[in-house]
Design a protein around this ligand. Structure first.
Ligand SMILES: [Zn+2]
Length: 234
């Protein structure tokens, strides 16, 4: 079942390697079926060099149980599932330990919106969550990682599709999009804007971007009055 989705999710996982975001078996990408009943995700511990679509694991969105596949799903699966359950617009999720985004996670800082590269994709800073409590880590670490992401989005009161990424404190980046490929795309852009922000703040710790430039650049590409690029572009 879901052969086409397995192919797309496998390709998205391999894209993490070609874009330089992961080494070893770090990182994982998933995608949800059109009826939002099943999630296809990378298997746990399979090397990227031999990864094929048939290695992908199909899990039930509600129970998290594998329904097809010879491998165990990525250990981060409960985090992905929580995001799909909470936000109907999310069609794909990516998690990496890319260096510059992780640096913000480890520093406990939002990735600030300092320029138009950021504003083209993220309508505001990319939030950093709180740290998980010891109890949350002991009870259900991966599920609670998903819950703390959702809690941050709800508490800050923004549209997760307008800022389709977050960093989990002391851990690293998660991103999402309309499908698996879009979530990888946002992971790549997040890593780049994190690097740009870090260098900017080294030069000028008080650097900032006026709200009207953020508004202009985000609305050029997104929303009812978008005019940048061709129909169907990112
Ligand atoms: Zn991780």
């Amino acid at each position: 079942m879901l052969e086409e989705l397995k192919e797309r999710v496998c390709a998205a996982n391999l894209d993490l390697v070609s874009k330089g975001l992961v080494v070893y078996t770090w990182g994982n990408v998933s995608g949800i079926s059109p009826d939002r009943r099943y999630v296809v995700i990378k298997p746990s511990g399979v090397d990227y060099a031999i990864m094929k679509p048939h290695h992908m694991v199909v899990v039930d969105l509600q129970t998290g149980e594998p329904v097809e596949g010879d491998f165990r799903p990525s250990s981060d699966t409960p985090t992905h599932l929580e995001l799909y359950r909470r936000f109907a617009g999310i069609g794909g999720v990516t998690h990496t330990h890319s260096v510059n985004a992780v640096a913000y996670a480890q520093a406990g800082m939002d990735i600030p919106a300092l320029g138009t590269t950021h504003a083209d994709y993220f309508y505001g800073g990319i939030p950093c969550t709180r740290a998980l409590t010891e109890q949350e880590v002991d009870e259900a670490y991966e599920l609670n990682t998903g819950k703390v992401i959702c809690e941050t989005i709800m508490e800050r009161g923004y549209d997760p599709m307008a800022v389709p990424a977050i960093v989990v404190r002391n851990h690293g980046p998660f991103s999402w999009g309309k499908d698996a490929a879009a979530s990888v795309y946002h992971a790549v852009v997040m890593e780049k804007v994190a690097e740009m922000a870090m260098k900017t703040l080294q030069l000028n710790p008080h650097a900032a971007m006026p709200q009207y430039i953020l508004d202009k650049h985000y609305s050029r590409k997104h929303g009812p009055n978008a005019y940048y690029g061709q129909k169907g572009d990112h």
